[in-house]
Design a protein around this ligand. Structure first.
Ligand SMILES: Cc1cc2nc3c(=O)[nH]c(=O)nc-3n(C[C@H](O)[C@H](O)[C@H](O)COP(=O)(O)O)c2cc1C
Length: 187
């Protein structure tokens, strides 16, 4: 059986970002899953020159990654009760590559909210992209206290929470992959 292709997206380009530690943890736990291949997308390594999905606005590497993806895991900080503009621009750069594929969320805050409002805002956007949301979210509140300066996790429970999210995401990725391959739409 082909391994499931899961793409872990870091949600910000901010220079002093802490959410990168959470995103790397999510990718690390993903690599421990059987029958799964993880691709880590850091928006700092990609180039999206403008808004929208014109051919000139795409990054061909992101196009290729999203085309072969079976599932996504978005790790997003909360900026002004929503998710960062750089994540929106990256998501908007593609259209059909997301359709009927599942997505899990991890929210990150330096406050006690754990990115809950970023996830709520993301949920509206991903639906319009054709993605299918899981409901086992992960929240990383007070993020500076959860990782040391090298990005090592200080609170082991978060590994378990990420695992629970993968349990649902992988199940849904298998179901939807089978459906996309085997069930023809009526129209
Ligand atoms: C522009 C901006 C807006 C923010 N707005 C919120 C917010 O609405 N709610 C919140 O809990 N944290 C907010 N924060 C703080 C983030 O939770 C904090 O930056 C956290 O470390 C996660 O994001 P990071 O990856 O940028 O570090 C904001 C941070 C920035 C830079």
């Amino acid at each position: 059986m082909q391994p499931l292709q899961i793409v872990v997206l870091e949600g910000t380009t901010r220079v002093r970002r802490d959410s990168i530690h959470a995103a790397r943890l999510v990718a690390e736990v993903g690599r421990e899953q059987k029958g799964v291949e993880i691709t880590f997308v850091d928006p700092n390594d990609f180039h999206f020159p403008g808004d929208g999905n014109d051919p000139e606005g795409k990054d061909p590497r992101y196009t290729a990654i999203t085309a072969k993806a079976d599932a996504f895991f978005i790790v997003s900080p909360e900026y002004n009760h929503s998710f960062p503009g750089s994540l929106k621009r990256m998501l908007d750069s593609e259209l059909k590559n997301y359709v009927h594929k599942p997505v899990a969320f991890a929210g990150v805050s330096s406050t006690r909210w754990g990115g809950v409002r970023a996830i709520e805002a993301l949920n509206q956007t991903v639906r319009e992209l054709g993605l299918v949301s899981t409901f086992t979210d992960v929240h990383f509140p007070n993020v500076p206290t959860l990782f040391d300066e090298k990005g090592e996790l200080l609170e082991p429970v978060y590994r378990k929470l990420v695992q629970s999210s993968y349990d649902e995401l992988i199940w849904m990725a298998r179901v939807l992959k089978w459906g996309r391959g085997n069930v023809k739409p009526d129209k």
